[in-house]
Write a protein that binds this ligand. Structure first.
Ligand SMILES: Nc1ncnc2c1ncn2[C@@H]1O[C@H](COP(=O)(O)OP(=O)(O)OP(=O)(O)O)[C@@H](O)[C@H]1O
Ligand SMILES: [Mg+2]
Length: 231
């Protein structure tokens, strides 16, 4: 349903994406793994309409998407960006409301978000800056769910979190997926990402150099050496 077609992107002198193509099928978890600087965030931003691709396009159910963030969110595709971007001085509830700007019912969105994150509900009137790193990541994901997405794109949700919290985040991603949301997951934590991915792509210097099922890539000798810390 989501088709990324011959996408390229350049920041002035740096070509960050080179002819990237793949499809995300309904109900699927697709992982994009790659080293620092491989172009993962640039790819997410191009798909989310935050950056306008230099070449190629993104299509949803056959319709080419205008490269504008609000047009993409309107079609129920949501990016949870790297670095979370929560507002520490606003309450948890206010942070969630920001995610509801495209939907008619903020109350319904909050109900959906709080049902998945009961801890956030208990603390909804506290400032988001009082949350731990893992809780802030959950808030960022919860805010993404406010728009009732069909596709959620997560850019390095485990970044900087302790292993146990990473496991919680991974479980939450699976739970979101089980509720019918397709997931595009960018991760430096390749092992965890490949363990839950139906399919995955490896991005190197802006190019997809390998693709396969999560299982296949997790067992691939060169991937193990480069991304899974050897074995
Ligand atoms: N705003 C920018 N201006 C110039 N170059 C940029 C900009 N943002 C990213 N780049 C460059 O584009 C390339 C891809 O960056 P990108 O952030 O997409 O990588 P990434 O795979 O997300 O890396 P990381 O794992 O560190 O998040 C890198 O060489 C980076 O230095
Ligand atoms: Mg990045």
């Amino acid at each position: 349903m989501l088709k990324v077609d011959h996408l390229s992107y350049s920041y002035k002198k740096i070509q960050a994406l080179r002819d990237v193509s793949f499809e995300l099928q309904p109900g699927e978890i697709m992982a994009i793994i790659g080293a620092n600087g491989a172009g993962k965030s640039t790819l997410m931003k191009c798909i989310a309409g935050v950056l306008r691709p230099s070449n190629g396009h993104v299509a949803l159910n056959g319709e080419v998407l205008p490269p504008r963030a609000h047009e993409v969110v309107k079609r129920r595709m949501v990016l949870v960006p790297e670095g979370r971007w929560i507002f520490p001085g606003l309450t948890i509830e206010e942070n969630l409301e920001i995610g509801a700007y495209t939907v008619s019912s903020s109350a319904e969105g909050k109900e959906r978000a709080f049902s998945m994150f009961p801890k956030l509900k208990e603390r909804r009137r506290q400032r988001a800056g009082t949350l731990s790193g893992g809780e802030q990541q959950m808030l960022a994901i919860a805010r993404g769910l406010m728009a009732n997405p069909e596709i959620i794109m997560l850019d390095e949700p485990s970044l900087g979190l302790a292993p146990l919290i990473v496991n919680d985040i991974i479980r939450i991603i699976q739970e979101i997926n089980r509720k019918g949301v397709s997931v595009l997951l960018v991760e430096q934590n390749a092992k965890k990402a490949l363990a839950i991915a139906d399919r995955a792509c490896v991005l190197e210097q802006g190019r997809i150099v390998k693709r396969g099922s999560g299982k296949e890539l997790a067992a691939d000798e060169s991937i193990i050496q480069s991304y899974l810390g050897g074995k």
